[in-house]
Design a protein around this ligand. Structure first.
Ligand code: 13P
Length: 255
């Protein structure tokens, strides 16, 4: 398997952080760092910051993503945002199935599949999140959980469609906890996800897929994680909120 076949992508997931003035300041600080990066650079921001982010990243190599979208095209779904609303604005990426959506907002593998389909049909690129909880790892069922999440999320999608899917392996126990998976653990599960995709589609499709690690990745541990053969970048929470920290990740992923 050749890591050079695929693009490493560093994506920030801002979660529920940054007002518009704060977003403007952060993006302006990020632009010069991103210009030096050869990896893909994505910032996934709250809906209220999308317009600001799109305007400030025009003509730069930073792509803008949302943090979720609904599966219906329109209708009586108070508080939701459709994939078409995002593409119309110029949004290119969307995170689907983040563990915080699954844990706190009742997201299931089935709704993750529906949202993934809707996003791809609208022309968005999807960052699909999968990952086990601590009790599941301790029970020795990490692979079963991650395989099931991956297989259900990709149900009904063609090979052509999944060329627009990035998978982010985010062990729930490593998110926002400061506890990072070891580079060996991260690589093992990313490689397992790649095998799962190869079985569902074919090896070439799996080899071409960007599979990121996420969970307390920061300026201190990124080099080791990103050097792993099956880790193609990262989905970054906390460290994406500080330009100088995010810059280190971009530099490491560009090596
Ligand atoms: P942290 O980097 O803050 O652990 O968050 C990871 C994450 O959930 C990215 O989606």
């Amino acid at each position: 398997m050749n890591k050079a076949l695929r693009q490493a992508i560093i994506a920030g997931n801002w979660k529920m952080n940054k007002t518009r003035p704060e977003a403007k300041a952060l993006i302006e600080a990020l632009v010069p760092y991103a210009e030096k990066a050869s990896c893909g650079v994505v910032i996934c921001v709250p809906y209220t910051n999308l317009e600001t982010a799109i305007a400030l990243t025009q003509g730069t190599n930073i792509k803008v993503g949302a943090e979720n979208c609904h599966f219906e095209k329109s209708g009586a779904f108070t508080g939701e945002i459709s994939a078409d609303m995002l593409t119309e604005m110029g949004v290119e990426y969307v995170i689907i199935g983040h563990s915080e959506r699954r844990q706190y907002f009742g997201e299931t593998d089935i709704t993750v599949n529906k949202r993934t389909k809707a996003a791809l049909e609208a022309g968005l690129k999807v960052i699909l999140c999968v990952g086990e909880m601590l009790e599941e790892r301790e029970q020795g069922i990490t692979e079963e959980i991650v395989a099931l999440q991956t297989k259900i999320a990709l149900m009904g999608l063609t090979k052509e469609q999944i060329a627009n899917v990035v998978i982010a392996y985010e062990p729930v126990w490593a998110i926002g906890t400061g506890k990072t998976a070891t580079s060996a653990q991260a690589n093992e599960v990313c490689a397992f996800i790649r095998q799962t995709v190869a079985k569902l589609y074919d090896q070439a499709t799996a080899d071409a897929m960007t599979i990121q690690y996420g969970g307390s990745m920061n300026e201190n541990n990124a080099a080791e994680l990103l050097a792993q053969p099956d880790v193609d970048g990262g989905l970054i929470g906390g460290a994406s909120l500080v330009a100088e920290k995010f810059a280190v990740l971009l530099e490491e992923a560009s090596k």
